[in-house]
Design a protein around this ligand. Structure first.
Ligand code: PEP
Length: 256
């Protein structure tokens, strides 16, 4: 059974004290645990205060927005998987398109980040997605498949059991122009088929594939109406407690 997963990617927003205020406001609005699994991914600097505010038995998991592939050493400015684990992170976003675009991340290093996460007990959320020019050139499937085969190279079936894929078309991120449910479903199906062909059908039917790109309280219901979509990676709309709560409340479906 694939449990729906809603991940809030805060990007470079909220100081440590703003994170505390957000979590308190969120918890006031959402006291009971939802059907869906919920993850928030604050900036590194807010992880500790977020963890302390959530408390030890929270149903909200912590995620990081990036990780370095080495455990420690001379990598100024970087943060390793053991550091994130000790801060209470369970998840880590890897290969977000903003990191690919602004920081030159390539599949080769993204794959090393995926492997390092798995080695240290973090569940990677691997982001893939095409630009508008690639979509218009009919290259969506080949671009996404190349990102998957690069980012997941060398992983075993057991590894895949702790990986989540997030399909995030670049043209939909932060633009207010979400993919339609049909567009998202078509790519999700091709991702699942790729997993089936490269590993096996059991692995493919177990892996969660999220959609990300201008998800809002208005479009979440239609996106989750398809059982090809196992949740959402939410940027802008996760920064406001009311809209993040509304998105989570729509994700009340149990998946088989
Ligand atoms: C994202 O940050 O991954 C994202 C999808 O952002 P937004 O929801 O703002 O488009």
């Amino acid at each position: 059974m694939r449990r729906l997963l809603i991940v809030g990617n805060w990007k470079m927003n909220k100081t440590a004290s703003e994170a505390v205020a957000f979590i308190r406001a969120f918890q006031e609005r959402m006291s009971a645990s939802p059907h869906a699994e919920v993850v928030i991914a604050p900036p590194f600097t807010a992880l500790e205060s977020a963890r302390n505010t959530l408390g030890p038995s929270s149903w909200i998991s912590l995620g990081a927005q990036d990780v370095h592939w080495e455990t420690k050493g001379a990598f100024t400015g970087e943060v390793s998987a053991p550091m994130l684990r000790e801060l209470g992170c369970r998840y880590v976003i890897v290969g977000h398109s903003e990191r690919r675009t602004f920081f030159g991340e390539r599949d080769e290093n993204i794959q090393k980040k995926v492997l390092a996460s798995l080695r240290h007990g973090l569940s990677p959320i691997l982001c893939v997605g095409e630009s508008m020019a690639e979509r218009e050139a009919g290259q969506t499937e080949s671009v996404v498949t190349a990102q998957l085969s690069g980012g997941l190279a060398g992983l075993t079936k057991q590894d895949l059991a702790t990986v989540t894929i997030a399909y995030e078309p670049i043209w939909a991120i932060g633009t207010g122009q979400s993919a339609t449910t049909e567009q998202a479903v078509a790519v999700h199906r091709s991702i699942r088929l790729f997993i089936e062909t490269s590993w096996d059908s059991k692995t493919a039917s177990a892996i969660r594939i999220l959609y990300g790109g201008s998800v809002t309280p208005k479009n979440i219901e239609s996106l989750l109406a398809s059982d090809a979509i196992d949740g959402a990676l939410v940027g802008g709309a996760c920064l406001i407690p009311e809209s993040f709560v509304t998105i989570i409340l729509f994700a009340q479906i149990q998946r088989v």
